[in-house]
Design a protein around this ligand. Structure first.
Ligand SMILES: Cc1cc2nc3c(=O)[nH]c(=O)nc-3n(C[C@H](O)[C@H](O)[C@H](O)COP(=O)(O)OP(=O)(O)OC[C@H]3O[C@@H](n4cnc5c(N)ncnc54)[C@H](O)[C@@H]3O)c2cc1C
Length: 561
């Protein structure tokens, strides 16, 4: 050793060999096709009438499991920043994003995640679009916020045909244009939504934002809005559907980012929210200082108008949560297939197999329900009344249950990966931080359950349609039949129904999921689901499937081969 060498030779040699670590899955280092490796998704897409979209889904699945995986990581490691002013002190109210965000948005828009439902007449279009959204959500959930809102605004905007005629071509264009400039100078538009105020979010009737007609009052007319929104996601969008009070009651407005005169609209961004997750996406607080907007729909009918949009965003919450479940499961399965402990692969250990099999049941049931709902939405919009009724009741049911199950599912998947699931280099911490959001926004859990009670008490047709759907699967499984009987009693017993709203809603969700799985291809999934979820014991920890369930078959089915 020379006198100038600071370390002994040994220090330059490696201290150990890296073994017993799985190869990467996802991204340039470990690309995989998130569609063709997902049996549950493929089966659900086919069942709900979207099998004609398989090539498109396969192409997007390949992008998702490859470049979108890396793009999603970068977009979340480099969150957006607010540029409230320019260097000379003029208001800008712009948000600056990392190029990875723009790339995620470009991928989503160019693949029609915001438009396919409305631009393709083929039955199953919304199912295919929903499957695309489910795939995107697994890798970059933040950008799905503006994509979801842009997709969801269409039925609400169509209530105002003159405004829709101006805006829909840009909204439905499969082009992403990140520039902050007037809508008529852009190749593609995005839309946000503003309801929540400080004094009341769930109860939007408490909104204080005031809207005053500039000249004439009524649908399509121009108003000035003064007030605030406490949560206002994606404030860089080109337009926003917003609720405001008029002298004729709470009404819906479209506020453009730029006024028709080509000036920045007076929507001032106060600050960006510092959130638990959803890091790539910007959520803000805004003030309207006489902001310009057109009334959408009838005055005083703001809530029903914007609910056309909210119903669609709620569906995306279910799809998003199902996507988070799937990606966490995929990573857990992959990890356990390679990692060895105590002399064997984790995936072969009976107790780990039980956990993985149980997670796969949860994931498959979630995507089955989400895509069934997508079909109900689409068929309902085409005039099928019973599908409309099913969607009306099943929507809050699914929003409550699937979103509620997601944090627990993602956390269990994290645990399958041990310490590796808790560190930022794996995608799991990001999925975990994102997981609670879908059950909070677009109407939190209790609000969904109360909505279920509202439908049950006021809309007999929805109730009957649900029973018809559930009864179609009777006789296929004993636990299922017993569950349906218990559920019938629980729904018709009106005493203390509000206190029991969560358990009734969860039981409807489980019944719906079971009915779909029982009528689907894989009987091992359906039977295991019924035995573990419909045994009257309520939810228990994952990994508690009965010992004689075919765990290997469940794990094999879920594995991203
Ligand atoms: C990251 C993020 C982004 C968001 N982006 C937007 C956006 O872009 N636009 C927008 O308009 N909003 C947005 N929101 C707001 C979101 O939709 C609301 O936070 C949500 O609807 C709940 O409203 P709140 O926060 O006012 O809670 P509250 O209405 O105060 O509710 C608090 C809790 O009480 C429960 N509750 C309410 N009423 C009852 C009752 N009668 N019985 C029992 N329980 C009840 C609710 O379920 C909830 O759990 C965003 C929220 C987040 C976290």
């Amino acid at each position: 050793m020379s006198a100038t060498t600071p370390f002994p030779d040994d220090a330059t040699r490696s201290t150990h060999e890296v073994t017993n670590q799985p190869p990467p899955l996802g991204g340039a280092d470990g690309p995989y096709n998130a569609f063709t490796s997902d049996r549950a998704l493929q089966d659900a897409v086919a069942r709900e009438g979207g099998d004609w979209g398989a090539d498109r889904l396969s192409a997007f699945g390949a992008i998702a499991g490859d470049s979108l995986f890396d793009t999603g990581r970068l977009a979340n490691e480099n969150p957006p920043t607010l540029r409230a002013f320019d260097r000379y002190g003029h208001r800008l109210d712009e948000v600056e994003f990392h190029p990875a965000w723009h790339e995620s948005m470009r991928l989503a828009k160019e693949n029609g995640l915001h438009s396919l439902t409305w631009t393709n007449d083929r039955p199953g279009a919304q199912v295919v679009r929903s499957a695309l959204a489910y795939l995107h959500n697994q890798f970059e959930a933040g950008s799905m916020c503006p994509i979801t809102m842009t997709h969801a605004c269409v039925p609400a905007l169509r209530r105002q045909p003159d405004v829709a005629e101006q805006w829909l071509p840009g909204i439905l264009a499969n082009a992403y244009d990140p520039h902050c400039r007037p809508a008529d100078r852009k190749t593609g538009l995005t839309i946000g939504m503003g309801m929540t105020e400080k004094q009341g979010g769930s109860d939007v009737r408490a909104n204080t934002t005031q809207a005053v007609a500039i000249d004439r009052k009524g649908p399509g007319e121009a108003y000035r809005l003064t007030g605030h929104k406490w949560f206002f996601s994606a404030p860089m969008c080109d337009g926003f559907l917003v609720l405001g009070q008029t002298d004729q009651g709470l009404s819906c407005f479209l506020l453009p980012k730029w006024t028709p005169e080509g000036e920045r609209n007076r929507i001032e961004i106060q600050r960006l929210k510092d959130k638990l997750g959803d890091k790539s996406n910007a959520s803000s607080e805004v003030e309207f200082r006489g902001a310009f907007g057109w009334m959408i729909g009838e005055p005083g009918r703001g809530v029903p108008t914007i609910l056309d949009m909210v119903a669609q965003t709620r569906l995306d919450c279910v799809l998003g949560s199902a996507g988070l479940m799937r990606q966490s499961l995929v990573q857990a399965l992959h990890h356990c297939a390679y990692r060895e402990a105590f002399g064997g692969r984790l995936i072969d250990k009976p107790l780990m197999q039980n956990v993985l099999a149980d997670l796969s049941l949860e994931s498959e049931a979630a995507v089955a329900l989400a895509l069934r709902l997508a079909r109900a939405f689409e068929a309902g919009a085409r005039g099928d009344e019973s599908e409309q009724q099913l969607a009306r009741l099943a929507m809050p049911v699914a929003k409550y249950w699937v979103c509620k199950r997601t944090p627990a599912t993602v956390n269990e998947a994290q645990e399958c990966m041990g310490g590796a699931g808790y560190v930022e280099e794996s995608i799991l911490p990001r999925l975990y931080r994102q997981a609670p959001l879908n059950s909070i926004w677009e109407g939190s859990g209790n609000v969904q359950c109360l909505d279920v009670l509202r439908v049950l008490s006021r809309d007999r047709d929805c109730f009957d349609t649900l029973r018809l759907q559930l009864h179609a699967a009777r006789g296929l499984n004993e636990e299922y039949d017993a569950h349906i009987e218990r559920l019938d009693r629980a729904m018709t017993d009106t005493a203390s129904l509000e206190v029991r709203a969560r358990s009734v809603t969860a039981d409807i969700a489980l019944a719906l999921q079971a009915s779909l799985l029982l009528q689907a291809e894989s009987s091992v999934v359906a039977q295991a689901f019924c035995r573990s979820r419909l045994n009257g014991q309520g939810p228990v920890a994952f990994g508690t499937l009965p010992a004689d369930v075919d765990l290997q078959a469940l794990v094999d089915r879920a594995m991203p081969h």
